[in-house]
Design a protein around this ligand. Structure first.
Ligand code: PGA
Length: 229
């Protein structure tokens, strides 16, 4: 199984031209030894048709296929346009858009029904870790799920903070996640860069990369580390 490396561009970049340039540059990176999935904002998905070496994912989707849901994008629409993956339950969706475990569960079910591969993000906040609640949080976030998911362990305090999680601590979380949900894979996310990618890839079968995936040279370096080249 090749390592799975997800590029989560979040709400970046802000122009079609910039997105096109970044998509082309990502396609050109050396990636034979891993599976790269690019998750740009919805409005740039139509630019990804040029991709051959890189698969395409979305950063979110609705819990229904069609209907009166203003502003939403459905998993059926994504599948129909050639998208293979979707990130669900990201901590930014949980905290800034009030997505709870119930909504996330509905979204995951609908995405799977439409044949999308789901990357479900889980992870504790700093406060929850300090209070010793990490295990409970992971149990709760994974309670309703079974084996057909890719789970991304993303400790919330490590996301976008430059404070990556100690690899041993991350490994403990991985073992627990595997026990609870028996996922297809467990990947790590949270301030991944080319200097720490090697620490995680030895125990996780992939990485979810945010900020560092916007810098295509740095993202290329991460891919090199992962492929051992
Ligand atoms: P980061 O983001 O790499 O910028 O920490 C990871 C993520 O949120 O998926």
């Amino acid at each position: 199984m090749k390592p799975l490396i997800i590029a989560n561009w979040k709400m970046n970049p802000t122009s079609q031209d910039e997105a096109e340039r970044m998509i082309i540059e990502t396609e050109r990176l050396e990636s034979e030894g891993c599976e790269v999935v690019l998750c740009p904002p919805f409005v740039f998905l139509n630019k990804t048709t040029i991709l051959k070496n890189v698969k395409v994912g979305a950063q979110n989707c609705s819990f229904d296929d069609a209907g009166p849901f203003t502003g939403e994008i459905s998993p059926k629409m994504l599948k129909e346009m050639g998208v293979d993956y979707v990130i669900l339950g990201h901590s930014e969706r949980r905290s800034s858009f009030n997505e709870d475990d119930d909504i996330i569960h509905r979204k995951v079910k609908q995405a799977l029904r439409n044949g999308l591969s789901v990357i479900l993000c889980v992870g504790e906040t700093e406060k929850e870790r300090e209070e010793g609640k990490t295990d409970n949080v992971l149990q709760r976030q994974l309670a309703k799920f079974n084996s057909n998911l890719i789970v991304a362990y993303e400790p919330v305090w490590a996301i976008g903070s430059g404070r990556s999680c100690d690899p041993k601590t991350a490994e403990k979380a991985r073992l627990l996640i595997e026990k609870i949900a028996k996922p297809k894979r467990v990947i790590y996310g949270g301030s991944v860069n080319s200097s720490n990618a090697g620490d995680y890839i030895s125990s996780f079968s992939g990485l979810l990369v945010g900020g560092s995936s916007l810098d295509i040279i740095e993202f290329g370096k991460i891919l090199k580390v992962v492929q051992g080249v």
